[in-house]
Design a protein around this ligand. Structure first.
Ligand code: TRP
Length: 441
């Protein structure tokens, strides 16, 4: 679904400011993103998601420090703030404003299904606690704030990990619903998952992640870096004994930095029984070769926070050149208008006689096929459970189209539970569809 014009594709990514960037972040996100941002056919937006950080972290000093470290990291790794739009979320007051506009077109039931919220509720249930224990309204609203981030700049593509795909789908639904009610304002965003970027193992062999406490911070100075690398798990094979590359965290990390010749050489050394100490030394030198020049840049930046502040504020100016007029247009669209302005009707789109619609889609998360029934105003009426085959979803839709309300009861097991007060709305919608179909012949 590419546009017909040759305008660049807009990419947008947020980085939550809760931690210190590590080698896994570098290999999986920073390095590929910086390279990608240099392409002529893309326009990129990178921002520090510090409002999102508040959902997870209640330590002000850590939020501030992480914001500084992440900004310095991206700049040291070559992100060019002249080329891209690089800003801090909390410098854009239009984002929380848009969050509210979107909040008012987002079903609470949709947010109930968000993975992060649901995971906490399930955890509470398993422990026999109140379902909402430790759930802030911020966690619940997380997807709406993220929707505002994305829709504010009309991003086409959002590069994310698999765990974030559902949020992009939700942003898409918010855009659709808003456009439906108020006219075409938002681009429908799509998730972009790069299957090629592998996740890096950490010191203990599990995925490198702050939550496992097994990370190697990207800009660790030389001596402590060497020490950390010495602590990577290996097996107990002695020098001279052949080693397995399969399942070797050390080998995998090396591979993420080395070219094919270097990787082949280490594979050979493994087969020939290289001592673990020597392999670690090779890994250390290889990482340091790539990181050292950036480390010098990083240290200069981190010691000059005022310079980073200035870069971020310039980025915010650039971003606000778009967000300020855009929010003005959106305020106008929803009816937050000067009283002296003529009271125009709803947009042309909403004024047309709209029909309920079935939407079929595949959830990338579980690979299953789903459908939903949307009312004429875009409200969610009916949500299916996941089907293994698309034909099953199609058959259920056909039954609903042909049998109306009767099919809703028959299919109850394949549908998310329907509240009593919604049954009538669903029956009306199916009747309206059947009527339209009969008129169309
Ligand atoms: N939720 C994202 C994460 O945890 C961070 C984020 C916030 C984001 N807003 C965004 C990512 C908008 C992409 C687009 O990784």
């Amino acid at each position: 679904m590419s546009s017909t014009s040759s305008a660049p594709t807009r990419f947008l990514t947020g980085i939550t400011t809760t931690g210190t960037p590590h080698l896994g972040n570098y290999v999986g996100s920073v390095r590929p993103s910086v390279r990608f941002s240099q392409r002529a056919d893309v326009q990129s937006f990178y921002f520090l998601a510090d409002y999102h950080a508040l959902i997870k972290v209640g330590e002000p000093a850590r939020i501030q420090r992480s914001t500084l470290e992440i900004a310095a990291t991206w700049l040291a790794c070559g992100l060019d703030p002249e080329r891209v739009t690089f800003y801090r979320q909390s410098d854009i007051p239009e984002i929380p404003e848009l969050t509210w506009l979107l909040t008012c077109v987002t079903g609470k039931g949709v947010l109930n299904r968000a993975h992060a919220y649901k995971a906490q509720v399930d955890k509470n249930a398993a422990r026999g606690e109140d379902p909402d224990a430790d759930v802030t309204a911020g966690l619940f609203m997380y997807p709406v704030l993220m929707g505002a981030d994305i829709l504010m700049f009309n991003a086409h593509k959002v590069p994310v990990g698999r765990d974030q795909v559902q949020h992009i789908e939700m942003a898409r639904d918010m855009a659709q619903r808003f456009n439906h009610l108020y006219g075409e304002h938002f681009t429908l965003p799509e998730a972009e998952i790069d299957e090629a970027v592998a996740t890096l193992p950490g010191l203990d062999g599990r995925k490198m992640s702050k939550s496992y406490d097994n990370t190697i911070p990207l800009f660790t100075p030389r001596a402590p870096l060497q020490k950390l690398i010495a602590g990577i798990v290996t097996d107990s094979r002695a020098p001279g004994e052949p080693k397995d590359t399969e399942g070797s965290a050390l080998f995998q990390i090396y591979q993420a930095f080395a070219d094919t010749d270097e990787t082949t050489a280490l594979r050979k050394a493994y087969a020939e029984g290289i001592a673990w100490g020597d392999a670690k030394q090779m890994l250390f030198e290889r990482i340091d070769r790539e990181v050292a020049p950036m480390r010098a840049h990083y240290e200069a930046l981190i010691n000059d926070p005022a310079r980073i502040e200035k870069i971020l504020l310039a980025g915010a100016d650039k971003a606000r050149a778009q967000s300020v007029p855009f929010i003005g247009r959106l305020r106008q669209a929803v009816g937050l208008r000067p009283l002296s302005a003529p009271a125009s009707a709803a947009s042309g789109k909403a004024a047309k006689v709209a029909l309920p619609t079935f939407k079929q889609y595949r959830e990338r998360e579980d690979g299953r096929f789903y459908f939903k029934l949307l009312a004429a105003d875009g409200a969610l009426l009916l949500q299916s459970r996941g089907f293994v085959a698309p034909q099953e979803a199609g058959a259920a839709i056909a039954a609903l189209q042909q049998q109306g309300g009767a099919a809703v009861k028959a299919l109850a097991a394949q549908l998310e539970p329907l509240h009593n007060e919604d049954v009538q709305a669903v029956e009306d919608a199916l009747a309206a569809l059947a009527h339209a179909a009969s008129v169309a012949g």
